[in-house]
Write a protein that binds this ligand. Structure first.
Ligand code: A2P
Length: 422
C-alpha cells in the first residue's frame, strides 16, 4: 500500500459543548456550522486559524483526531454524534498506510477555496478574547461532563413573567438556588441547563446555555442563588413554529422543582471592577440578562457608598415596551446610576428605532466614553445587530476625532469590547 496523507482533524466535543455559538461566530473561514443537535467543523474549510479556541467557554472546541485525510469525519457524521469517536491507534493508522513520520507531526489541512467573508468576521476581529484587566477571577466548568460531577442540582426559588403581554412573547425571570453547594458566578458568565428527557432519536437532551442575570452575591444578596432571563421559544429565527425544549421547560417550572445545572462558563465577558470604570451595555431581548447582572452589582456597590463607579450607559432594544423584559424595574433605577436608552422597533405610529440609532443620537455622551481607557463595551442579543452597532461605534469615534483602527485594536486587546450574540 502506498503512503497516505494524514490530517489532524479539528472536532468539537458534543458532550461538553453548550451550543453557545461563540465558535461559529468567531470562525472567519465559515468552517464551523451546526444543526439542531451539534456544532461541527468542516475539515475541508478549517484553515487552523484558531480564532474559535479562545472564545469557547467550555473547552469543547479543543479536540483533535489523527485520521487519514481521505477518511476525515464528514459534517453529517459529526451531526449524529453524542460523543467524540475514540482516537485511532498508531497501529491502525500505520496499517492504513500512514507513514510513521507523519504520525509524529501530521500536516495541517489545506484551506478550502476562500469564500465570501462572513458577516461575523468583523466582530471576530473586534471581539476581545481576554477580560478587562480589573475583572474578578471567574470559576469555570465546576460541573459538567468532564468535571468531578456531571451537574449540580438546583431548586427553583422563583419563576415570574417579566414581559407584559402577548402569548408569543413570554419572558420569565427564573431564580435557582444551590443550597449549601458551591456555585460561584460572576456577572457576564453563563450556566448550562440539562432539560430532562430525550430527543426524537432517543438521545438525552444536550445542555442549553443561559446568561446569568443576577449579581455575584446572589439574586438575593447573601443567598446562594442566581437568576436567568428566559424567553419561551415558539418559533425559529425565520418565524416557523418550533417549541424550544429547554426554554419551555424552564418557563413552566414551579417553585420547588429541581433542575440539573452545568457550569459556570465564560472567562472573558466580565465587567471591569476598578473605581471610575465605565460600562457601555448594548442589548436586545434576553441579551439584557448580563446587563441586568452588571447593573445590579454596580447598584449594590453604589448603595454601599464605598465604591466610586464610573458611568453606566444602557442601550436596550425591543419591539415594544410590552416586550421589553424588566421594563418596570428599569424605569425605577436612579438616573445617576444608569443612563437608560430604549429603542422600540414596532410601536404603532412611531418610526422603527434600533439600538444603533439611539447610540448615534447619544453620540455626544458616548464619544468621551469611547475615548476613555476605563470604558468597557458589552453587546448581547440578536446577531443581526452586530454590524449596525459596530458601524455606529466607528462613526461616533471618527466624528469625535478618534482613530478608529487604533481604538478598535485597543478595545479588543485590552478586553474592553465583548460580543455575545445568537
Ligand atoms: P424588529 O422589529 O426589526 O424585529 P426580538 O424581539 O426578535 O428579540 O428583537 C429584539 C429587537 O431587536 C427588536 O426590536 C428587533 O427589531 C431588533 N432588531 C432586529 N434586527 C436588528 C438589527 N439588525 N439591529 C438592531 N436591532 C435589530
Amino acid at each position: 500500500m502506498g503512503d497516505v496523507a494524514v490530517l489532524k482533524q479539528h472536532l468539537i466535543d458534543p458532550e461538553i459543548c453548550i451550543r453557545c455559538n461563540s465558535c461559529e461566530a468567531a470562525c472567519p473561514s465559515g468552517a464551523i456550522t451546526h444543526d439542531d443537535n451539534n456544532y461541527v467543523v468542516n475539515a475541508g474549510a478549517c484553515d487552523f486559524g484558531m480564532s474559535c479556541l479562545p472564545v469557547c467557554p467550555t473547552g469543547a472546541i479543543d479536540n483533535w483526531r489523527l485520521v487519514p485525510s481521505s477518511q476525515a469525519y464528514s459534517i453529517e457524521q459529526q451531526f449524529g454524534w453524542t460523543e467524540l469517536p475514540a482516537e485511532l491507534s498508531p497501529e491502525l493508522l500505520a496499517s492504513q498506510g500512514v507513514p510513521e513520520e507523519m504520525l509524529a507531526a501530521p500536516p495541517e489541512a489545506t484551506s478550502a477555496e476562500a469564500g465570501p467573508t462572513p458577516a461575523s468576521a468583523v466582530t471576530t476581529r473586534l471581539n476581545a478574547h481576554v477580560p478587562p484587566w480589573s475583572a474578578a477571577h471567574p470559576y469555570v466548568s465546576l460541573y459538567g461532563p468532564r468535571a468531578r460531577e456531571p451537574w449540580i442540582e438546583a431548586t427553583v426559588a422563583g419563576n415570574v413573567r417579566v414581559t407584559n403581554r402577548g402569548s408569543d412573547y413570554d419572558t420569565h425571570h427564573v431564580v435557582l438556588d444551590f443550597g449549601a453547594r458551591p456555585f460561584p458566578v460572576l456577572e457576564g458568565q453563563s450556566i448550562g441547563i440539562l432539560p430532562p428527557g430525550a430527543d426524537d432519536k432517543g438521545r438525552p437532551h444536550h445542555a442549553r446555555q443561559y446568561s446569568v442575570a443576577s449579581a455575584r452575591t446572589g439574586e438575593r444578596s447573601g443567598f446562594n442563588n442566581l437568576s436567568l432571563t428566559i424567553k419561551r421559544v415558539l418559533e425559529d429565527h425565520q418565524g416557523r413554529p418550533v417549541r424550544g425544549v429547554a426554554s419551555n421547560y424552564m418557563c413552566d417550572l414551579e417553585v420547588g422543582d429541581k433542575v440539573r445545572v452545568t457550569g459556570p462558563f465564560g472567562a472573558t465577558f466580565l465587567m471591569p471592577n476598578h473605581p471610575r470604570s465605565n460600562i457601555v451595555m448594548i442589548c436586545t431581548g434576553t441579551g439584557s440578562a448580563p446587563m441586568r447582572a452588571m447593573t445590579e452589582w454596580r447598584r449594590r456597590l453604589h448603595k454601599s457608598g464605598r465604591f466610586e463607579g464610573g458611568k453606566l450607559m444602557l442601550f436596550f432594544g425591543a419591539r415594544s415596551p410590552e416586550e421589553l423584559p424588566y421594563f418596570g424595574p428599569l424605569k425605577n433605577l436612579p438616573r445617576d446610576l444608569l443612563d437608560v436608552n430604549l429603542a422600540f422597533s414596532r410601536v404603532t405610529g412611531q418610526p422603527k428605532r434600533y439600538v444603533q440609532d439611539v447610540m448615534r443620537e447619544r453620540a455626544a455622551d458616548l464619544a468621551p466614553l469611547l475615548g476613555s481607557p476605563d470604558t468597557a463595551i458589552f453587546v448581547c442579543g440578536l446577531r443581526g445587530m452586530e454590524e449596525g452597532v459596530i458601524a455606529a461605534l466607528r462613526d461616533i469615534a471618527i466624528a469625535s476625532g478618534l482613530d478608529w483602527d487604533a481604538l478598535g485594536t485597543a478595545l479588543r486587546d485590552e478586553g474592553r469590547i465583548h460580543f455575545e450574540t445568537y
